[in-house]
Design a protein around this ligand. Structure first.
Ligand SMILES: Cc1cc2nc3c(=O)[nH]c(=O)nc-3n(C[C@H](O)[C@H](O)[C@H](O)COP(=O)(O)OP(=O)(O)OC[C@H]3O[C@@H](n4cnc5c(N)ncnc54)[C@H](O)[C@@H]3O)c2cc1C
Length: 388
């Protein structure tokens, strides 16, 4: 099949190229017309999340026998990149669901947990990942949410109490991975991951944040007020939640790198098209060398970011060490996204500063890349540990 859109060729097999093109085509044809309304209304368009499930984009790595697409981590990265070229706010839903929630379950879930949750996560249940709290962001393991051992319906269980903050997908989610401590005195060795279903008494979604960018994505407080779950809801082992958090976020940040890469590609495409159309001094501004050089620099940075993101994802799929490369890819790609989106605004001139044109939204959306799933300083700390 001929590719309608110029797919990145770097290291892509024919199937991967086709997959990327298909997702990008969906984004261009279905998501693009709704981007502004979703941004203004701060919610996803009706039916959009269902379409993501129908297309298999919410169970990319879920095995086929459990109802998923049986794809690779690299496939998930391609989907996030392709959607982000059009709307990074939609991509974050796909990213958190696939790279954090599905992956944590695939890796640490018991057979029963996998059989129960993976088919649902591939077919209609959105996942959310609840680690951060008001007092614990970069210092994630200082979390205060408590898990107290108790009896639930006559069997062993836990009572969860605390408040989570900044939880992406909270409004859409049917399953939350909640991190809480079973023993505050034990420090990070008390942290435990729990699978908590929406509707469990004592679990509530609180205030939704009014954000600078990725506004369609629901980022909310999560309130746990004596929320009781059975011992079978522990993901991994009690006290081993810190390992789950570290390792899922190591993977997840490749997804954020892909989101920022796609964002930069989308912004670049708009800037290049605009530069060819917009005339000043009697000719398209793309004929001025200063504008050409800006676009050439942006394209070069995007290419470098793509190589880094793809390389980190390939290393992960190959079972080789990738932590340094993942941190570098997120650090670099989020910087590229910010610079490219900023330059895109300038190429649009005054039109870059108003909501009638796409440039300003990419600029707003780019900022979060340096903040979530570990700030840029946290990535530098990881890289420094690895290289020194
Ligand atoms: C839109 C959005 C969505 C999010 N989604 C989720 C989600 O789904 N689940 C979830 O659990 N969390 C989520 N988060 C939370 C996110 O991961 C945190 O915001 C992030 O880890 C930073 O924590 P903080 O906001 O508390 O900043 P802080 O940790 O307070 O950092 C503030 C500043 O201090 C710097 N800093 C802190 N410590 C150090 C240090 N030791 N050395 C050098 N500099 C340091 C940081 O780099 C940063 O510049 C989301 C956040 C946002 C904005």
């Amino acid at each position: 099949m001929a590719h309608k859109f110029p797919a990145p060729l770097t290291q892509l097999s024919e199937e991967e190229c086709l997959f990327y093109s298909t997702v990008r085509q969906f984004a261009e044809e279905t998501i693009a017309t709704q981007v502004n309304a979703m941004d203004e209304q701060q919610q996803y368009a009706a039916g959009l999340v269902d379409r993501l499930f129908e297309l298999g984009l919410m169970g990319i790595e879920v095995p086929e026998d459990l109802g998923g697409a049986g794809g690779s981590f690299f496939d998930a990265v391609l989907a996030i990149e392709a959607i982000s070229t059009v709307d990074p706010a939609v991509a974050v839903l796909v990213d958190v669901h696939n790279t954090l929630v599905v992956n944590a379950l695939r890796r640490w879930g018991t057979d029963e947990q996998k059989k129960l949750w993976l088919p649902k996560l591939a077919s209609g249940t959105v996942g959310a990942y609840a680690l951060s709290e008001a007092g614990s962001g970069s210092d994630a393991f200082a979390l205060q949410t408590q898990a107290e051992a108790c009896s639930v319906n006559g069997a062993a269980g836990f009572r969860l109490s605390g408040r989570k903050l900044w939880i992406s997908n909270a409004r859409e989610a049917g399953l939350f991975i909640v991190f809480a401590t079973v023993d505050r005195g034990a420090g990070y060795k008390g942290i435990t991951a729990f699978l908590v279903e929406k509707g469990t008494p004592g679990l509530d979604v609180g205030r939704k944040e009014d954000k600078l960018g990725i506004r369609a994505s629901s980022t909310c407080e999560l309130i746990l007020d004596g929320c009781e779950v059975g011992a079978e809801c522990v993901l991994g082992e009690p006290g081993k939640g810190y390992k789950i958090a570290i390792e899922t976020l190591n993977e997840g940040r490749i997804g954020i790198g892909a989101q920022m890469l796609g964002l930069a590609e989308g912004a670049w495409g708009h800037a290049a098209r605009y530069a060819k159309q917009r005339k000043q001094f009697g000719k398209p501004i793309a004929e001025f060398q200063a504008v050409q050089f800006a676009l050439a620099e942006m394209a070069t940075e995007i290419e470098a970011a793509r190589l880094m993101v793809y390389n980190a994802a390939r290393l992960k799929d190959a079972g080789r060490p990738y932590v340094k490369e993942a941190a570098m890819a997120k650090l670099f790609a989020s910087g590229v996204a910010e610079r490219v989106a900023s330059q895109c605004v300038e190429i649009f001139g005054g039109n870059g500063f108003v909501r009638d044109y796409p440039a300003e939204k990419y600029y707003r959306d780019a900022k979060v890349g340096k903040i979530y799933e570990g700030t840029s300083n946290m990535q530098l700390m990881t890289i420094a540990k690895q290289v020194l």
